[in-house]
Design a protein around this ligand. Sequence first.
Ligand SMILES: [Zn+2]
Ligand SMILES: [Zn+2]
Length: 288
Amino acid sequence: MSTSSPATKKCFNCSKLGNLRCSKCKGLCLCGRDCQVATWKSHKHLCKAISRNPNATCLLLDGMGPLGPGEFYAQNVQKSLQYAGVEVAVVNVLKGSKVPEQVGSILSEVEKFSSCIILGWGSGGCDIETEFGNSKIFRDKAVSWVNSGGRFIVQGERPQGYGNWPEWFGKSWESSDYFRTDYACNGKSDNDIHWCKWYHKAKGAVTTTRYNAKTVMLSGVAPEDNLFSTSDDSRSYSLVPMMSGRDIEGGQSAVAVGKYGEGSVSYFGDVNAEDETCDVMAIIARGK
Ligand SMILES: [Zn+2]
Ligand SMILES: [Zn+2]
């Protein structure tokens, strides 16, 4: 156990005030050895993932599953984060891993992570939906963490399902169409809406202003939250000729990012974790 934090934190296990933290990850607040022993079985997977990178400021929760697209997906996001100078701790969220309360505590009480990316919300790879979406403790802690400056970023196929996380932050974002098409950044000048302006002015930002990706789009996104959306000249792309070249309605959101308190909440529906989307998310994770 280490004694680096003030005695104003609550022990994760017994809720008594304590000035100790898990000696390995320096994340979870605990009051003493008994509580460390009591939590170790459920904590060790998360603990090892965090202690592997003690300088990480971004917690990447990979719920896409250990096989198939998951590994590629998380690696692509991680590569973009590292390119943007963001240190990341990758946690594979396995079915039944029971970690949302611990993640919530680490985010809201330890001030170690300024951004958190959840991959696979509603994609069925693990229990992210039921564990995170339906955990009241996670919800309360995540909302308070964002309110005080955290950047909460979600990728998934059914954003409003499984606990409806957009609603936690007062957003009525819902899944809409799903296909490959063109997207344009909505910020092009100083007169544009705040997030888009910020995105373009982020120091060392990637310069993506238009790209093409296969995406589960959102409806219900307010104009000021719509960072990348379809434009009037967007077309569908497909290997199936009859599904290719169709006109796409403008204004559909591929990447949304909205303010909540001092922090932000974001969604990207890119189902292949294509480079441009990952770069955009990395800039959002890094912050202004
Ligand atoms: Zn305790
Ligand atoms: Zn630990």
